[in-house]
Design a protein around this ligand. Sequence first.
Ligand code: WT7
Length: 664
Amino acid sequence: MSHDTPGPTATAATSQQGDALENLLHENRKFAPSADFAANAVVGAEVYAEADADRPAFWAKQARELLTWNKDFTQALDWSNPPFAKWFVGGQVNAAYNALDRHVENGLGDRVAIYFEGEPGDSRAYTYAELTEEVKKAANAFESLGVAKGDRVAVYLPMIPEAVITLLACARIGAVHSVVFGGFSSDALRSRIEDAQAKLVVTADGTYRRGKPSALKSAVDQALATDGHSVQNVVVVKRNGQDVDWHEGRDHWWADTVEAASAEHTAVGHDSEHPLFILYTSGTTGKPKGILHTTGGFLTQTAYTHKAVFDLHPETDVYWCTADVGWVTGHSYVAYAPLINGATQVMYEGTPDSPHQGRWWEIVQKYKVSILYTAPTAIRTFMKWGRDIPDKYDLSSIRVLGSVGEPINPEAWMWYRDVIGGNKAPIVDTWWQTETGAQMIAPLPGVTETKPGSAQVPLPGIAVDVVDENGASVPNGHGGFLVIREPWPAMLRGIWGDPERFKETYWSRFETMYFAGDGAKKDEDGDIWLLGRVDDVMNISGHRLSTTEIESALVSHPAVAEAAVVGAADETTGQAVVAFVILRGDAVDSGDEIVQDLRNHVGKEIGPIAKPKIVLVVPELPKTRSGKIMRRLLKDVAEGRAVGDATTLADNTVMAQIAASLKK
Ligand code: WT7
């Protein structure tokens, strides 16, 4: 069985561990929305009851309110052939028309759609009218290169406006985009191009990373070096001006094709279930899965959640999601939802420390960003750098803060609220996945009393639950598996080319329920806490502990900046807790003393059972480009094995640095 099928071997906390769990993730701090915020909020508490009364009808209402349909749908949901759902059956809609043209038609052409900030300091703004024109040109250009409705287009671009233009141009003509994150290797790119049988690749000469030019096109050349691939044309954006190899006939500069194309293009409606994109996501092992999303449901749920969860007021807000377009967050909450909702957004090409560690806060100050959406790993990095950096900037424009991608430990949550949010901006911790397409669990900022570390409540119209091994809902105060009981509009429609794997991966562990692969707990209030992937849940002497939880305890120690915990095989206890920690800049590595101190601290925070057997002080942690810690590699170190495949690391020297520091 492949390891990315979390099904039959997965286990999660059961009632026996209830007692142990009682002490965990206990949180008494709560932050109610201010009266002012609640009074001006886009949605109020009534949405929950409305959605509960008739889920499909609730979503049908959102679909009609948020989107302009070329042809109205006749049925909200067809679930006659589970797990294959159809939403807004019979409807026709065009994503690009909804994101662009209609705003221009409604007199909003002069509103800024994108403020782009390049890493070297160049900036450009696109109004809705300008962006519409660019997308029409790109649509014409792609069509002239033989791309037709249903064809796949691979996208290998940095975080530049052309990425959004490319995605919307594909959507406009009904071509299916498949973005491959620019940090992936040429091998990864080739296998994804092959799986999707892409006809066109859109790339750039390169981008900038920490002030230095970094190449992209060379990886495309490598991916296409041997024959037998499906690609006919490559469109190349000139971004950093570096030299590139050129394949006459196959390669075309963006400036010569897109910029030269006509800006007249009529958008036609596509079937609500027409494929919008494929996005590959890796399991623990095995071939990456091509997650397939379709049009009507995806647009509806991303737009609704973007409006409700971020309390979007498009006339006045400036929204900034820091995710790269190579990940699902950059699809749903950069390329689609903000534009569907007519928002003004910031897009930044580079790293947070280029040319200095205050770059993000400088951007917030410059554009008066009011809604910021980022990942806990970034927040913890800023904590490590110290609050005096953000404190130098005017962040008073911020009124909503979002978090996504991994559990946010209460310390980071409090720091985010205090230092970035000025102790007033509500934090919305949003749980979802590439597969769910849109946010599923999150507070509503004008309604929910937020709680540090918990994603809290299923969104209106979303049927999330925590269940035991047998699929029975667990009572408050207990842990189990996170499942989704009812179909939702933005749900994945399958794995590209592999319907069996789709059923097996997500729908086989529990009958009629979607199994997300995450462990979770309901606290005394019924709020949901995410405990990490069930494959990251450890079993120590028959007690289950979450890696997240111990990490959270470690990070709450004043000397610790970041921590990663793995369960390493142990003869006596089954698994033993091994912790890798990065100390804060001002903390002294006192050797044994700090190790003892940290073990005792965890013992105190969670219980003696959770005390790490080994604490290793390291200079860095292995992370993917999206900021996920690759615990698998740390597990290899902890278990004394040769380190496995590390090709997706953001910095491929990290494992060597860790090895060197452990030798010392
Ligand atoms: C996995 C999905 C959602 C876009 C980025 C990641 C974890 C995601 C949270 C959160 C705790 C979270 C889960 C999930 N995750 N958001 N707010 N709290 N865990 O998408 O790469 O498909 O990863 O990320 O484990 O299953 P992804």
